[in-house]
Write a protein that binds this ligand. Structure first.
Ligand SMILES: NC(=O)C1=CN([C@@H]2O[C@H](COP(=O)(O)OP(=O)(O)OC[C@H]3O[C@@H](n4cnc5c(N)ncnc54)[C@H](OP(=O)(O)O)[C@@H]3O)[C@@H](O)[C@H]2O)C=CC1
Ligand SMILES: Nc1nc2c(ncn2[C@@H]2O[C@H](COP(=O)(O)O)[C@@H](O)[C@H]2O)c(=O)[nH]1
Length: 336
């Protein structure tokens, strides 16, 4: 499949995670334990290039504390608006970094002003909007940079090189790429728009235009997709559904036919919004998976293996590997 962009001359390949295989290089380590998966992102360095999605069924304060304490990046969601100042204060009091989300409405500008006047400067602020290539987001980036110049600002979501460039030019320190590839997403069905089905190709296009880090957001279904995101230019991967089923996940536990599940719902679903208006998200059950530390450990180990296949010792090795497009055939007829 190919997409024609703007004029007849540029024809770009379109693919998603399941269409790509990375091509191995000679191994240069004796053990995968020698391999370093750390990533510097903004002012801090983290164990792996992965962040749980800033959604209400994925992250809450106890999990944010655990992640920060254990060397992982986190972004708190923005849906408990009035708790955020206290959250930043509590994280700082514990000697932990504060990473929060904001929207773009008028009261969000006032919230930024209150952080500035209280001298509570979060290390990271993420502007979390469905259609991030917008003047409202540009204004919010400028407002945060004016009031809290020390904060690392992540802005999104976008799905095009033009979106990345405009947000970077407005002052964003990183951009988040992904419109509609999420598991709980129905944007692609309700609006006809987005990067659903070609998210990895969109990450590639956007990263080529970017001069600052990008976060690949949505559509990651297997640990190998993290290596693929890095190959195509992501510095960080935001993941929702793979993190939804844990003991620590805030979603409700449900028992059905003797099996345990947790609920996962979209941030633009009626369950988040409290009403059926401009709904672009749905609710689902995901199988219960036990402790999040096991999943993070497995992601770390799998990424170490990926880097060994890339023929390197750290994440930079992944950026240079060859790849092949194997349209929807990587499963080779197998079901997982
Ligand atoms: N990554 C993705 O693909 C998507 C993610 N989401 C998630 O859902 C949550 C809610 O997002 P969002 O609805 O933006 O947040 P809000 O409901 O806070 O909306 C933010 C502002 O943007 C306006 N707005 C929202 N969508 C559009 C649009 N398509 N065109 C013009 N203005 C718009 C809203 O006004 P009004 O509502 O009056 O239009 C509001 O003023 C976020 O967490 C977001 O990340 C949602 C959809 C897609
Ligand atoms: N279109 C929508 N996208 C949403 C919604 N809520 C969250 N999201 C996005 O999904 C990713 C997580 O994707 P996953 O494939 O890892 O589950 C998240 O980070 C948001 O960008 C929504 O209601 N509609």
């Amino acid at each position: 499949m190919f997409v024609k962009l703007e004029c007849e001359v540029f024809i770009l390949p379109v693919f998603d995670y399941e269409d790509i295989q990375l091509v191995p290089n000679k191994c240069i380590v004796k053990s995968r334990s020698e391999i370093d998966t750390k990533i510097k992102f903004g002012p801090m360095t983290f164990k792996i290039p992965v962040v749980p999605a800033n959604m209400q069924t994925i992250i809450d304060e106890p999990l944010a504390v655990w992640l920060a304490r254990n060397g992982y990046f986190y972004i708190m969601h923005r849906f408990n608006e009035n708790e955020r100042l206290g959250f930043v204060k509590r994280m700082h009091k514990e000697g932990l970094f504060a990473s929060i989300s904001v929207g773009v409405k008028k009261q969000e500008c006032d919230f930024i002003n209150s952080l500035a006047s209280e001298r509570e400067v979060p290390e990271y602020i993420t502007i979390d909007i469905a259609h991030g290539h917008a003047e409202t987001v540009i204004d919010m980036i400028k407002h945060i940079k004016r009031k809290l110049p020390g904060t690392f600002v992540i802005a999104g979501n976008v799905g095009t090189p033009e979106g990345v460039r405009e947000l970077e030019n407005a002052g964003a320190d990183a951009t988040k790429v992904g419109i509609g590839p999420g598991k709980a997403c129905i944007t692609k069905l309700k609006t006809g728009f987005g990067t659903g089905g070609w998210q990895l190709a969109a990450v590639r296009l956007c990263s080529k235009a970017a001069s600052k880090p990008i976060i690949a957001d949505g559509g990651i279904r297997y640990n190998g997709d993290i290596a693929k995101s890095v190959r195509f230019g992501a510095s960080m991967c935001m993941i929702g559904s793979l993190f939804a089923g844990h003991k620590e996940s805030p979603g409700e536990i449900i028992e059905k036919d003797g099996q345990k599940y947790k609920t996962y719902f979209g941030s633009a679903s009626q369950y988040q919004k409290g009403q059926y208006k401009n709904v672009e998200g749905k609710k689902m059950l995901v199988p219960y998976r036990g402790n999040i530390s096991n999943t993070l450990r497995e992601m770390h180990e799998d990424l170490q293996s990926s880097i060994s296949y890339a023929g390197g010792r750290n994440l930079t090795a992944l950026r240079k590997v060859d790849y092949v497009i194997v349209k929807n055939s990587i499963f080779n007829g197998d079901n997982i």
